[in-house]
Design a protein around this ligand. Structure first.
Ligand SMILES: Nc1ncnc2c1ncn2[C@@H]1O[C@H](COP(=O)(O)OP(=O)(O)O)[C@@H](O)[C@H]1O
Ligand SMILES: [Mg+2]
Length: 332
């Protein structure tokens, strides 16, 4: 069974046009584990060809959403669709359309890299898939390791093999759950570059990551999850604009003015006066409003808000799981 590019047929003769449906559509998705709501009424639609990032502290429900999409978990209630097909009712067809890179590494210890890709390809009905396999081996720098057994691979190589395996049957949707966890910076950069290339081929990509800066650069839209709830979803730039403020820091020479009657003044740190202004307000507007003597200004720094600030805002000012290094493990 080989799926044509834009449609997929079931064993019955009905043909389902995938291009007319969102790659992912969740409607009030709920997943309970006992009394815990791992996913709490989450609804969103993915846009074709976009990279959508799901961010949130550990335990927010990211993996559970992905597990539901690949039918490793059954929804408690609500609906999960892939290209219009309900994942519970149509698991074969939705799996065929989906490539999935799990958060945990696999251990097919006794097979070599090439065999795993061949088996997986065959499993999805693609037996003459040499070109695709070779292309993935090259792209993911696995070519020279293709005869190695999985147990001989490093963590980074295993991660790359998982990505190759997810892509070997030419899915239309790729789910990447923490694809760069525990991967060194060089490999991380090359993997993200590859994800960008995949997007350019029209693949729709949902990813989760702890690396906020990388998500900011790569993702068209960001969804922020907290305790199973989707707190925000929007285009990355707009989210940052909406949720953060521009910070202007003025370092003064000599005496710091006593009374700063500016609505934008936040605090003073030594010789630095810190202001938060709307994202469209320039330093000139701020300064003219302050009526400060320009000679008393030693330096001025403008800091635009970023995704990290936006996350901190959504997850709570006191959130200790947002840091410059990304979202760290929630302290539970
Ligand atoms: N199989 C399971 N049984 C019970 N609780 C689970 C199971 N899988 C996940 N959970 C819980 O569900 C919540 C969401 O987990 P998960 O989706 O893995 O979060 P994330 O991927 O955002 O870190 C967590 O509180 C986690 O402990
Ligand atoms: Mg997870």
């Amino acid at each position: 069974m080989t799926a044509p590019l834009d449609s997929i047929s079931s064993s019955s003769s009905s043909t389902h046009q995938i291009s007319t449906h969102p790659p992912i559509a969740l409607k009030n998705l709920v997943k309970d584990y006992g009394t815990l709501k791992a996913v709490d009424h989450v609804s969103f639609e993915m846009r074709p060809g976009e990279i959508l990032g799901l961010l949130g502290p550990n335990g927010a429900g990211k993996t559970t959403i992905i597990s539901t999409l690949v039918t490793l978990e059954k929804p408690t209630s609500g609906e999960a669709r892939i290209f219009g097909l309900d994942v519970t009712e149509d698991p074969e067809r939705t799996k065929m359309l989906t490539g999935f890179v799990p958060q945990e590494l696999i251990h097919h210890g006794y097979f070599d890299v090439e065999e795993i890709l061949e088996f997986h390809s065959g499993y999805f009905g693609r037996r003459k898939n040499r070109d695709r396999i070779d292309w993935l081996l090259q792209k993911l720098s696995l070519w020279e390791h293709r005869k190695k057994k999985v147990k001989q691979l490093s963590g980074g190589m295993k991660r790359r093999l998982l990505i190759a395996k997810a892509l070997v049957h030419e899915p239309k949707l790729l789910l990447l759950d923490e694809p760069t966890a525990g991967v060194d910076i060089e490999l991380r950069e090359s993997l993200w570059r590859f994800v960008g290339e995949l997007k350019a081929t029209g693949l729709s990509i949902l990813l989760t990551t702890h690396y906020i800066q990388e998500a900011e650069q790569l993702c068209d839209r960001i969804g922020i999850l907290q305790k199973g709830k989707l707190r925000h979803l929007g285009p990355t730039r707009e989210l940052i604009k909406e949720l953060t403020k521009r910070e202007i820091v003025i370092r003064v020479k000599g005496a710091v003015p006593e009374n700063l009657l500016s609505p934008y003044f936040v605090k003073r740190q030594g010789e630095e006066l810190i202001f938060q202004v709307p994202s469209n307000m320039g330093a000139g507007d701020l300064l003219s409003g302050l009526g400060m003597d320009l000679k008393s200004i030693a330096d001025l720094v403008i800091r635009e808000g970023n995704l990290e600030d936006a996350l901190r805002r959504v997850l709570g000012e006191g959130s200790n799981n947002v840091s410059a290094d990304g979202l760290t493990k929630a302290k539970s």
